[in-house]
Ligand binder design. Structure first.
Ligand code: GTP
Ligand code: MG
Length: 277
């Protein structure tokens, strides 16, 4: 499982430090080295790991702690706080409001899980009282509309797309307009997969975004592809105003640091209850 191994290593390291008879600079140093190793093994960018280590060292100055202070607790808290800080974007992503129409556009690499996540997102919001709708702007991959149609039918969410029209901009404009008239308060636009090198396809994504003026653009990333995702995330961000990130496939790979790196560097995390979507 993505990040499960990292969580295990961090807990193990902190437990070892807690069990040490005396906590001194050497024990703290060993603890930080092990944490560094675990973070690097999980594919987290070196700069971020170095920053975490430096911040913990800055906060925990053992020589200055008053006698009787629980050093183990101080170290644990500092490590925990710095790991949290690393992920804290400091702001929440746009959240749809019931009864107030909004457009949410999903972008991402080919096969990253956009369509699947659109369904989960629609289903989740439907369950909590929204009136979602799905628009298929993927005219690029054969079968894309059928995939959306089948899944939308299963979760009983209205959808719009076309077998004949090849211009995704035209489809989204029509679809969004139709669902606005039907008072749908969450119009989800599924786009086709993009690769970093495909400049023309990026241009198409930009045009779809321009045409729909989405309230939120969600970058869907495959949590298992490691740090390579960072360059793709940056490329997407240059084309469209990405406002949140959803990490998929966290159920299938040992490394998740690449995902964390993107989240930290884009400073955009979509906050939902764990497992809600
Ligand atoms: N294990 C796992 N598989 C997933 C997850 N999300 C999506 N998939 C699978 O990944 C594959 C691609 O998913 P899609 O949702 O079609 O991806 P996409 O980004 O829409 O693909 P394109 O439209 O072709 O760019 C499918 O086989 C999904 O079942 C996930 O969270 N975990
Ligand atoms: Mg798709």
């Amino acid at each position: 499982m993505v990040l499960a191994q990292l969580g295990g290593s961090l807990s193990h390291t902190l437990a070892r430090m807690t069990n040490a008879t005396v906590v001194d600079e050497r024990v703290l140093g060993d603890c930080l080295n092990e944490i560094t190793r675990a973070l690097l093994q999980a594919d987290i960018q070196f700069d971020m790991v170095r920053d975490v280590q430096a911040s913990v060292k800055r906060v925990v100055y053992l020589g200055a702690l008053a006698a009787g202070t629980d050093k183990r607790r101080v170290i644990k808290k500092a490590v925990f706080d710095e790991l949290c800080n690393m992920l804290d974007a400091g702001k929440l992503a746009f959240a749809p409001k019931k009864g107030k129409p909004c457009v949410v556009m999903f972008v991402g690499l080919q096969g990253s899980g956009k369509t699947t996540t659109c369904m989960k997102y629609a289903h989740y919001h439907q369950k909590i009282g929204f009136k979602p709708a799905l628009v298929c702007a993927d005219t690029f991959r054969a079968g894309a509309f059928d995939q959306l149609k089948q899944n939308a039918t299963k979760i009983m969410v209205p959808f719009y797309g076309s077998y004949m029209e090849s211009d995704p901009v035209k489809i989204v404009v029509e679809g969004v307009e139709m669902f606005r008239k039907e008072n749908c308060d969450l119009i989800i636009v599924d786009t086709s997969g993009r690769h970093k090198q495909e400049a023309t396809l990026f241009e198409e994504t930009r045009q779809v975004s321009e045409a729909t003026k989405p309230d939120l653009v969600i970058f869907v990333m495959d949590g298992s592809i490691g740090q390579a995702t960072f360059a793709h995330a940056q490329a997407f961000r240059q084309s469209v105003p990405v406002g949140a990130v959803i990490v998929t496939k966290t159920d299938g790979h040992a490394k998740g640091g690449g995902a964390l790196t993107v989240l930290v560097f884009t400073s955009l995390i979509l906050h939902y209850p764990l497992g809600a979507i």
